[in-house]
Design a protein around this ligand. Structure first.
Ligand code: GRF
Length: 191
């Protein structure tokens, strides 16, 4: 059987992209086709390259072109797209082409702390400012409604009054590193 091929989209550091690359390196059924970033200088591109994965950079105008992205994914025989810290809007054409085959990682317990402007540190600052007793991560399918696609899995962490934005960030990273690869693999192989 042909391996299922994943395209990873990322804009920043890429700790999740790297974790996915390492996880799928030895997998018999799933492989990473390439890592795409809209930021030429993003650390994720150099890290992926070091791990021997193809990397692609396109500017913001190019990644806003849905037909271009659909064609790119077809050329690379991509079956699934995983958004791991990708900060650009996904064009409708790509969402339609990867209906229930595009997964996003969000650093909160959606529907809480989702939507416009709610990414990365902004999420953690809002969670701490509101004195929440828990937070977590959401792994979900991507549809046309921002941060509202069907939830595949959520994982929680507890918070106390001692927690800071930094400590919350650490807890979220731990959940992401622990669970994202296996949840992605499960979603792909269950379909
Ligand atoms: C992660 O917290 C992810 O949940 C969010 O952006 C962050 C990306 O981190 N969507 P990294 O680039 O994978 O290190």
């Amino acid at each position: 059987m042909q391996k299922k091929r994943i395209a990873i989209f990322a804009s920043g550091t890429g700790s999740n992209a790297v974790n996915l690359i390492r996880f799928f390196r030895e997998d018999a059924q799933v492989e990473v086709a390439f890592v795409l970033s809209n930021k030429a200088e993003a650390k994720v591109l150099s890290s992926a390259k070091e791990l021997g994965v193809a990397t692609l950079h396109f500017d913001n105008a190019q990644v806003a072109d849905g037909n271009f992205l659909v064609q790119l994914c077809q050329e690379h025989q991509v079956d699934w797209v995983v958004l791991a810290g990708y900060l650009r809007l996904i064009p409708a054409e790509l969402i339609q082409a990867f209906d229930r085959k595009m997964i996003n990682l969000h650093p909160s317990l959606l529907p809480n702390y989702g939507g416009k402007g709610m990414h990365g540190r902004n999420v953690h600052e809002a969670v701490i400012a509101n004195g929440e007793s828990k937070s977590g991560i959401t792994i979900h399918f991507v549809n046309e409604e921002f941060d509202k696609g069907e939830i595949i899995a959520q994982f929680h962490c507890k918070l106390t009054s001692e927690d800071t934005v930094e400590s919350l960030e650490g807890k979220i990273r731990y959940l992401e590193q622990t669970y994202l690869p296996t949840v992605v693999r499960g979603a792909i192989l269950n379909q």
